[in-house]
Design a protein around this ligand. Structure first.
Ligand SMILES: [Zn+2]
Length: 485
């Protein structure tokens, strides 16, 4: 995350189309990207992780001729894309539904069904240009930014779900992969993608009106077989007068230098025709439990299968020191664990290899320790003053938030007074059956006051059956914990 964070003013700015002013009436429409809490590098990071998830769920067509044809169209467009220089890449998904989507940072997927439905290279380029415009304008992470800020309270528990700023944010808003925040856009975003996509096409030597034709083709065909088109139109809601707007933009652009196609579109289509028919998304979803790609993996994400099996080494009794980057705290921890420091927040997650897993697109910690700070004022009601909150009350708010974001946990009765680095602290225990492992889990919270009326806390996490063997490590961490406030 950028250190500059975001301003409230930009938060409420609605994406808008700004018509170019100036002497020329022929100027193209200028589009201003919306606010974003992600850096451009994070767009790529989020896209890359999501793409890895997507490719575990969807079959990528392995055909070098078709793959290279689609990539050549994409590269021609990408050479003319506005905005950041994203590492655009293009893959064909072997499903018959007519759809295409692009993840932040430029990871684009074009369904085989869409290539089969298009009438020429220009129409295919039209959809790709439209998708690329969503990426260049960073619509996916713009929506993710809005969603994240919409749940402001969750951000405070940053360290809870992830091992880095990006993971924390993504964990709070539905995770990596086929996150609808990246796939489904507002009508105003659609307008922007049409306009910018048309401009990109013209620069790349395609007729921008081909994009309008493609949308028409899709609409025509959807009348005959609505189910195959459903996804496309629900994720790209047609703005009013779509075709008209694209045609107007083409006029504003005022012509283009037509280039010859990058390849033989007909040849690609007939090549697809000769292949065994692709499954629909629905068939694919049904067949997935027996999908060989799902078996034999361990500790990874298993979208449609059962709980994750996790096994980690026992914590080493040799300790090393983690020192927070702003020297806010330091702690000794087993030397066979890793520190996953969050870049934006105050937190760190210390965990053995394999102790953090991805489950249903979110990172979850099965074994390890989270250290973070908590601002009870931000978590409490707006009316009540947060000053003078007792340690007990502040901790209650923290626990309430933990239970809310981990609703399988139950609180065990009572709290224990403990000493944390010479100051008074509280310890509480939570337990419940983890949906990630389908095993009983124990979470022990230790909290004490920190500067600015905040709390600093440690969460010790382990499956119940292993808690005893992790206890000595947890004890060493609690007793070596030093806070600078
Ligand atoms: Zn769209």
């Amino acid at each position: 995350m950028r250190e500059s964070r975001f301003s409230l003013v930009s938060f409420f700015l609605v994406l808008s189309l700004v018509a170019a002013s100036g002497p020329s009436l022929q100027a193209q429409t200028k589009v201003k990207p919306g606010f974003n809490i992600f850096s451009e590098e994070q767009d790529v990071e989020v896209g890359k992780q999501s793409a890895a998830e997507v490719e575990r769920q969807l079959p990528v067509l392995k055909d070098s001729e078709i793959q290279s044809y689609v990539s050549r169209i994409g590269e021609r467009l990408a050479g003319n894309a506005p905005g950041p220089k994203f590492p655009y890449q293009f893959k064909v998904v072997n499903v018959s539904d007519i759809n295409a989507f692009a993840l932040p940072g430029g990871f684009m997927y074009i369904n085989r069904g869409l290539i089969e439905a298009a009438r020429d290279e220009g129409e295919l380029a039209g959809v790709m240009g439209h998708e690329m415009a969503h990426v260049a304008l960073r619509h996916g992470t713009n929506q993710a930014s809005k969603a994240y800020l919409g749940q402001a309270g969750l951000g405070i528990l940053g360290g809870m779900m992830g091992s880095g700023a990006t993971s924390e944010i993504m964990g709070a808003i539905g995770g990596f992969g086929l996150n609808s925040l990246f796939l489904k856009f507002s009508r105003s975003a659609e307008e922007q993608a049409d306009v910018v996509g048309a401009q990109m096409m013209a620069k790349a030597g395609y007729d921008p009106v081909a994009m309008a034709r493609m949308f028409e083709t899709l609409r025509e065909k959807s009348g005959r077989d609505p189910s195959r088109f459903e996804q496309f139109f629900s994720s790209h809601p047609a703005p009013a007068d779509r075709a008209q707007r694209i045609e107007n933009e083409a006029k504003l652009i005022g012509g283009y230098d037509a280039r010859s196609p990058v390849g033989d579109f007909r040849r690609v289509q007939s090549r697809l025709e000769r292949m065994p028919p692709a499954q629909t998304m629905e068939q694919l979803a049904k067949s997935q439990p027996s999908d060989p790609r799902q078996s034999g993996r361990q500790g990874g994400d298993q979208p449609n299968s059962g709980p994750v099996r996790v096994s980690v080494e026992r914590p080493s009794s040799r300790l090393r020191t983690f020192e927070h980057k702003d020297r806010a705290f330091r702690v000794r921890y087993p030397d066979n664990w890793q520190a996953h420091e969050s870049r934006s927040g105050d937190g760190v997650t210390l965990a053995p290899d394999g102790g953090i897993v991805t489950y249903r697109g979110e990172e979850a910690i099965v074994y390890g320790t989270i250290i973070n700070t908590f601002d009870p004022a931000a978590a409490g009601s707006r009316s009540g003053s947060s000053r003078q909150l007792s340690l007990e009350d502040a901790s209650e708010r923290l626990v309430a938030q933990l239970l809310e974001s981990n609703n399988y946990l139950r609180r065990e009765r009572g709290s224990r007074r403990v000493t944390v680095d010479g100051a008074q602290g509280l310890s509480m225990s939570l337990s419940g059956r983890s949906p990630v492992t389908d095993q009983d889990e124990r979470v022990v919270l230790v909290a004490r006051r920190f500067s600015n009326d905040r709390l600093i806390y440690m969460l010790f996490i382990s499956p119940e059956r292993d808690y005893d063997s992790f206890q000595p490590a947890f004890n060493s961490m609690a007793s070596s914990f030093r806070v600078e406030d």
